[in-house]
Design a protein around this ligand. Structure first.
Ligand code: PMP
Length: 334
């Protein structure tokens, strides 16, 4: 195992995450399925990368000064990343979040010193939606900058310049496919663009949860959502600025049950405790791997994102009562 060199700043701990071969998914797909361990970031999710790039971009543009405030609307993980980076850079953090997200994320944000504003979940068109509320708060707060993760392309740049070259190097310049779900779309668009710059033949697939509109958009051109999902952090209903121009070759739609199947198997067979978006990503990677294997590429290599730690969902995904209340299967060991 490689031991990385010591870092001069805590912010350098963001990114350069490990990549691991997933045995069960590889067997199911008939080719190699690799997981990028984004839960290994300091804030335990992939969103630390976007937080760092967004704050550095605001600094480079002169939009924030020492003692200033970063305001954001987020399902939680971006807020956690922003709070950590803001603390390290001497800024305050205000986070607006829908009140149906996991209690662990709310407790974590408060523990990190962020000011938390909870709003009821509602349609994007509603002015009280968490994204619009966060923009208004940023406008009203002196010395504040709005992170605007959905439409600020500093977000996907973190993946063009970070995640994609890391994957390319870790797999020694041979990747056949990449897939993940979209929240802001920063990860799928940025990794897709970054990998295509190395090799335009890398197959990029969007893995969409139910209740999101992107599967239909990439399949038929129409933004249309069907069904619903309890997965946090993913599921988009519009083409965000981060998604504009994303090089999507293929698309899959994955149910919460399929995602949970992989969350359960990765935990009890491989010792990885993950959130539901990771399970949905792995289910998508298995589909992409099967497709490539069926095309005769038995040695295909597919990568996906293990977005965040399951410890963030002890009161939901890993709680029998909660699973039952959502009509989802309960892990047998619970
Ligand atoms: N999974 C989780 C748990 C997340 O919090 C997010 C971020 N919203 C994603 C996946 C999706 O990442 P992105 O915003 O880059 O599309």
């Amino acid at each position: 195992m490689n031991i990385t060199k010591p870092y001069a700043s805590t912010l350098d701990l963001i990114g350069h995450t490990p990549l691991v071969l997933l045995k069960g998914p590889s067997q199911a797909a008939g080719c190699e399925i690799w997981g990028k361990c984004e839960f290994a970031n300091p804030g335990s999710s992939v969103k630390d990368r976007a937080a760092l790039y967004i704050i550095r971009d605001a600094e480079a543009r002169g939009e924030i000064e020492p003692g200033g405030t970063v305001v954001e609307g987020t399902a939680g993980n971006t807020g956690i990343g922003i709070a950590l980076v803001a603390n390290a850079r001497g800024y305050k953090t205000v986070i607006v979040m829908p009140d149906n997200q996991s209690k662990e994320k709310m407790d974590t944000l408060r523990a990190l010193g962020a000011e938390l504003v909870l709003v009821p979940p509602t349609k994007f068109a509603d002015p009280s939606h968490f994204v619009h509320t966060s923009r208004r708060l940023a406008e009203e707060t002196p010395g504040a900058v709005w992170a605007n993760q959905f439409d600020n392309i500093a977000n996907r740049k973190a993946h063009i310049e970070g995640t994609a070259p890391e994957l390319w190097e870790q797999l020694e310049g041979r990747i056949d496919g990449f897939t993940c779900a979209a929240g802001t779309g920063g990860t799928i668009a940025g990794v897709g663009m970054g990998l295509k710059a190395f090799d335009e033949n890398v197959r990029i697939a969007l893995t969409d949860p139910h209740g999101a509109a992107l599967y239909n958009y990439y399949a038929t051109g129409e933004l249309k959502a069907e069904g619903s999902s309890v997965a946090e952090g993913i599921g988009q209903g519009r083409i965000t600025a981060n998604l504009e121009g994303a090089p999507i070759d293929d698309q899959y739609r994955i149910s919460d049950e399929e995602g949970l199947h992989w969350v359960g198997r990765l935990l009890c067979e491989e010792g990885l405790c993950l959130g539901l978006s990771s399970g949905i990503n792995v289910a998508g990677a298995v589909e992409l791997g099967r497709k490539l294997a069926a095309e005769g590429r038995k040695d295909a290599r597919v990568a996906t994102i293990l977005c965040d730690t399951g410890f963030r969902y002890l009161s939901t995904l890993y709680n029998a009562e909660w699973l039952r209340s959502k009509n989802l299967p309960v892990f047998e060991w619970l």
